[in-house]
Write a protein that binds this ligand. Sequence first.
Ligand SMILES: [Fe+2]
Length: 194
Amino acid sequence: MSNDNRPNDKRAEATLIHIGIDAKHRETISENLSRVLADTHLMYLKTHFYHWNVTGPMFSSLHLLFEKQYIELHEAVDMIAERIRALGHFTPGTHTILAKLSTIPEDASTSIPDATAMIRGLLAGHEALSRSVRTAFKAAEAGDDQATMDRMVERMEASDMAAWMLRSHLETPNSETLPQVENLKSDKAEKRTH
Ligand SMILES: [Fe+2]
């Protein structure tokens, strides 16, 4: 058997880590984090691409919204990658591997989508990213890895929020879903009598 501990030997480096999470869980968590990294990177690229190319009456607001979202995604990539390194594994970084790992579909057409199609595409992407993050959270929970769980909570909050902002461009507010003022008033009056 080889005693080769070269840095490119993934398992060899992983066995030298003693942070209270066993090697099997560190490997599973890192695989899940690699998918989150790939999805986050693909969403960063897609959002930046749309920031450049969006047109139409919503140009100003979408150009700025997409900018805010791609900056947030870009900053998240580094944090996710470095968490994988802290768990003793190497992080994927080439476009080919990230595209293969990602659950985010690339645009099938070579033409530029219209603004509404961009919003729908980014919304579907953030929802897919939220699902990947929740799966990674469960893997971290199974390995008793609170640091990764904490980071995944941050990422699911960001992705759910981004999805809400995009979805709100498509939905018409429905007054039927608002709390009924009359009901609130009678609750208050009832409380005062006690
Ligand atoms: Fe810009």
